[in-house]
Design a protein. Structure first.
Length: 264
């Protein structure tokens, strides 16, 4: 048993984290966004998912001493145009980006509209790009969109096969100490009046995709307040982080809330 805990400690020490750009958010996540496996951020529209993803595209360019990887980012858009206007606002107002003169030159944007295009992008184009540039972050926004528009002849088998192909390739890419973040949609949205009762929202794509996920964080809103809830993680408890989206980025605003329903 002692050897098990020692091995777990060593693995934790070797784990790399990408700063979110908010020290309080990083502390609550015990380091930031991990490079270990796939981190899924899911939630309804306008909950802050893309805001954080854009922020990470800037923080990954920061020096290692500042929590970045001194590397570029790949942003794969599957359902809308890249939010360049919001990115420019962050470049001007996010403090770490201003301090180090970070800009959008090392953010490589890919637009895909089908599963075939997504597979070609991940299996072929990105590995070629990574052979030329140092890449520290891959964002897929969103992972569910191409699957919702495809006409599946044998949906249960074909979709599962495709999801496994995508998942395996993303795990292979993060093996190069790359942070992989997949934005996901929800299958149902229920407006709840109780802070901890947000169980009616589920990430899209079902159990096959869920089996590929290493860390899962749910974003949701109650009235004008936003929350990030760690729903699945090998090293974090289920916690709720209140946050707000400012002109200067995503900021945690209070202490964490332990989810009292976790063990029920």
């Amino acid at each position: 048993m002692a050897n098990y805990f020692e091995s777990a400690r060593i693995m934790k020490e070797r784990e790399k984290f990408l700063t979110t750009g908010c020290l309080k958010f990083d502390a609550l996540l015990q380091g930031g966004i991990t490079t270990r496996g796939i981190t899924q951020i899911y939630g309804a529209a306008s909950t802050g998912k893309t805001q954080l993803a854009l922020q990470l595209c800037l923080t990954v360019q920061l020096p290692v001493a500042e929590g970045g990887f001194a590397a570029g980012a790949v942003y794969i858009c599957t359902e809308c145009v890249f939010p360049s206007r919001r990115l420019q606002q962050l470049i001007k107002k996010l403090e770490p980006a201003k301090k180090h003169g970070i800009n959008g030159d090392l953010i490589f944007v890919e637009h895909v509209s089908s599963i075939n295009e997504l597979e070609i992008c991940l299996l072929h184009r990105i590995p070629i790009l990574m052979s030329v540039y140092k890449i520290g972050l891959i964002v897929v926004d969103s992972i569910a969109a191409p699957y919702r528009v495809e006409d599946w002849n044998d949906e249960s088998n074909n979709r599962a096969k495709s999801l496994r192909t995508i998942g395996r390739q993303l795990h292979k890419l993060c093996g190069n100490e790359v942070c992989v973040v997949c934005i996901n949609q929800v299958t149902a949205t229920v407006h709840n009046s109780v802070l901890n009762d947000n169980s009616s929202e589920r990430p899209s794509l079902g159990t096959t995709w869920l089996s590929m996920i290493t860390n899962s964080i749910q974003f949701y809103r109650i009235d004008s307040l936003r929350y990030a809830c760690v729903k699945l993680s090998s090293n974090l408890p289920e916690i709720i982080i209140p946050f707000e989206v400012q002109g200067s980025g995503v900021k945690a605003i209070e202490q964490i809330i332990q989810n009292k329903f976790k063990n029920n």
